[in-house]
Write a protein that binds this ligand. Structure first.
Ligand code: UDP
Length: 333
């Protein structure tokens, strides 16, 4: 059986592809290479395709036949919150349009197993007591076009499940970090850990976006999940789709443990050897104080739990820094 992985050449996708192949699954990757890198997937077959283009449906139907695809892991998407606020229509075209084309192709090629990468951004800024864990039952109320597109894609999957028997599962990623292999590090600097390491590597200090939140140290708390744990959850979700007793569902993917921005930066200082003296900046608009996953549903349904902690994420992100970003301009002291 072949698994089609869309976005398989990207940071998260390439970890999923590597784990699938390690366990012996056949894989074909579809990626438009707008942010993915062909080298990330070695000799895995790669079809370069933008899923949101009208011709994508026919191309997908053809490749599903050619590679005997039986299930799909759909990761390809635009994923920058700020950019989505500036170019909302483009985000809908790419993310929702891509999902629509994929679902049409799957229906017409009679492939009915789909794992979709969703996001904790579907929760928005939830009105829950501080310190509580986000369960999947908390109403979705995204506050960015990015989060909205992820929620709409979940609905599309749910509707396809009702209409033609799609077996779908959505994974709501929390804060993904780290690297499973040094050459597969996060190439971007859009999230706290790579932003902070990137700043230090240029001789600057990281900035904390507000230290007056109602948390123990005043900085925001997030649930950081190792990319290799996340990739492992994809394999568990794929296996879940084979079961007769599964329903359409969405699952949080996190550790269930929160870390504050200050704690993350302290860990980065210890791991890298840089002298970290963060600058306290203003709050960033739209940041919830505390967003930590309730992970009981994925544990109960899929038997999956995260096994790696924040130290492993920071350590592996640092090990991957030079292979992914080049040598730091300022070496640690
Ligand atoms: N953050 C920060 N400084 C930075 C980048 C991020 O203080 O340079 C904080 C941000 O306000 C949030 C947390 O780090 O509380 C995680 O932010 P990130 O953008 O990585 O992920 P998000 O939770 O927003 O998806």
């Amino acid at each position: 059986m072949t698994v089609l992985v869309t976005g398989g050449a990207g940071y998260i996708g390439s970890h999923v592809v590597r784990l699938l192949r390690q366990r012996g699954d056949d894989v074909v990757v579809v990626d438009d290479l707008s942010s993915g890198v062909a080298d990330n997937i070695g000799d895995t077959p790669l079809v370069q395709l933008d899923l949101s283009r009208p011709e994508a449906i026919d191309a997908l139907v053809t490749l599903i036949g050619e590679y005997e695809v039986e299930s799909v892991i759909h990761i390809a998407a635009k994923k920058q919150v700020g950019e989505s606020a500036q170019r909302p229509a483009w985000y809908y075209t790419e993310n929702v349009g891509g999902m629509a084309n994929l679902l049409q192709a799957m229906e017409s090629a009679e492939v009915n197993k789909l794992m979709f990468s969703s996001s904790a951004a579907t929760y928005g800024n939830p009105d829950v007591p501080p310190g509580s864990r986000m369960s999947e039952d908390v109403p979705s109320a995204p506050i960015s076009p990015y989060g909205e597109t992820k929620l709409v894609c979940e609905w599309m999957m749910r509707d396809a499940a009702a209409a033609w028997g799609l077996r779908g599962v959505g994974l709501r990623y929390f804060n993904v970090a780290g690297a499973g292999w040094p050459e597969l590090g996060d190439p971007t600097k859009f999230n706290l850990i790579p932003i902070a390491i990137g700043a230090l590597a240029e001789g600057k200090q990281p900035v904390i976006f507000g230290n007056d939140y109602p948390t123990a140290d005043g900085t925001c708390i997030r649930d950081y999940i190792h990319v290799l744990d996340l990739a492992d959850a994809h394999l568990a979700a794929l296996d879940y789709l084979d079961r007769e007793d599964r329903d359409y569902d969405v699952f949080n993917v996190g550790t269930g443990t929160g870390s504050s921005v200050s704690e993350v930066l302290t860990k980065i200082g210890r791991t890298t050897g840089y002298d970290v003296q963060p600058v306290i900046g203003d709050r960033r608009a739209g940041d919830p104080a505390d967003l930590v996953a309730d992970v009981s549903r994925i544990r109960d349904a899929l038997g999956w739990t995260a096994t790696r902690d924040l130290a492993a994420m920071v350590d592996s992100a640092w090990q991957a820094w030079e292979p992914t970003h080049g040598a730091p301009a300022v070496p640690p002291s």
